[in-house]
Design a protein around this ligand. Sequence first.
Ligand SMILES: [Ca+2]
Ligand SMILES: [Ca+2]
Length: 103
Amino acid sequence: SQQVEVDFVRPWTEQDHRLKVLFQVLDVNGDGGICVDDLTIGLKKLGVHLHWFGPKIVKAGDKDLDGQLDFEEFVHYLRDHEKKLRLVFKSLDKKNDGKEYCL
Ligand SMILES: [Ca+2]
Ligand SMILES: [Ca+2]
């Protein structure tokens, strides 16, 4: 399957193009919202094989409870959880393939 490289090392900024790239990668069916199914497939494209990760992100980030993250909710979630996500991706990197996943 297609592997996607996104640079997560630098901190996010509000208008960061990386957020749009990441949103497009994770919105697998392209309907403008990221649901759990999108995340499960999309995270695998990023090399993240954690079955609990997608549902957790949607549950935590879905403010209007429509079951998916629109772009605003997604950006909000990433900015709120930036440090925690970096840790997840760093620990993945240690036990995985040596690729850099520092979200
Ligand atoms: Ca979608
Ligand atoms: Ca939502």
